[in-house]
Design a protein around this ligand. Structure first.
Ligand SMILES: [Zn+2]
Length: 242
């Protein structure tokens, strides 16, 4: 998470807005994604209206192109996450007609409407929006997020890599090594870096996370702790004062 935030900081000028996601929620999302395999999951996210972004953090990651009022919930830390649906890359976006009536009537009370932000997973595929994702995003008031995971054993989902777009990886260990090009082979795949092992036994080789607006513009994600401070905050702060 520290290296992810470092990347968010280095590339801050590429974004017009930012969104702060608590690390404990992020860990939960990764675990839910693995538990749902081979399905994708759709997760509804709500802001915590009591917790705006910490102003110093907001200022540090702010770009010269920063724009206020771009999306609903802008400026507030994400507060909760609920799994809403699971399915393949098309069906996951299509919610049952009456889902708001039954599924969340108790936990969401009178606010049992649509969530502000949405996240869905890409099992063994990069976190880059598909056409179906772009369509689904048109109804989102906040931002859409994609969590891409590369894991093994692959089961019925071999790693699919034939996608163009900017990749945002979590974990310095997972950055591709700039060594000489190797032919894709069974043996090369055995040498993938391992970020961690899930309780399900899956080895996680790569985690990617992005957020975007329905107009296609990227939103910079910052992973924060319980105090709303980014992981690696001390280093980030000293970097800017040098
Ligand atoms: Zn997708």
């Amino acid at each position: 998470m520290t290296s992810y935030n470092q990347d968010s900081f280095q590339s801050r000028e590429s974004y017009t807005a930012q969104i702060h996601l608590p690390g404990h929620l992020f860990e939960e999302l990764v675990w839910w994604a693995l538990q749902a395999l081979p399905d994708e999951i759709l997760v509804g996210l709500d802001i915590d209206a009591q917790t705006p972004h910490v102003p110093e953090v907001q200022a540090l990651f702010q770009s010269s192109e920063h724009t206020d009022g771009l999306f609903q919930g802008q400026g507030f830390i994400i507060g909760e996450a609920h799994i809403v649906n699971r399915g393949d890359s098309y069906s996951v976006h299509h919610l049952p007609e009456d889902w708001t009536d039954d599924m969340f009537s108790t936990s969401r009370g009178s606010r049992a409407g649509r969530f502000t932000h949405w996240l869905h997973t890409h099992p063994n595929a990069p976190a880059i929006p598909s056409h179906a994702d772009a369509d689904a995003a048109q109804e989102t008031h906040g931002v859409d997020m994609i969590l891409g995971l590369r894991f093994s054993p692959e089961g019925p989902l071999p790693w699919y890599d034939d996608v163009e777009g900017v990749r945002r990886r979590v974990g310095a260990e997972a950055q591709p090594t700039p060594t000489k090009r190797r032919r894709r082979s069974f043996f090369a795949r055995q040498n993938l870096p391992v970020l961690g092992v899930a309780p399900s036994g899956h080895k996680i080789h790569e985690i990617q996370l992005i957020a975007f607006r329905k107009n296609g513009l990227g939103i910079n994600v910052i992973l924060v702790d319980e105090e709303g401070l980014p992981f690696g905050w001390d280093n980030l702060r000293t970097e800017t004062t040098q």
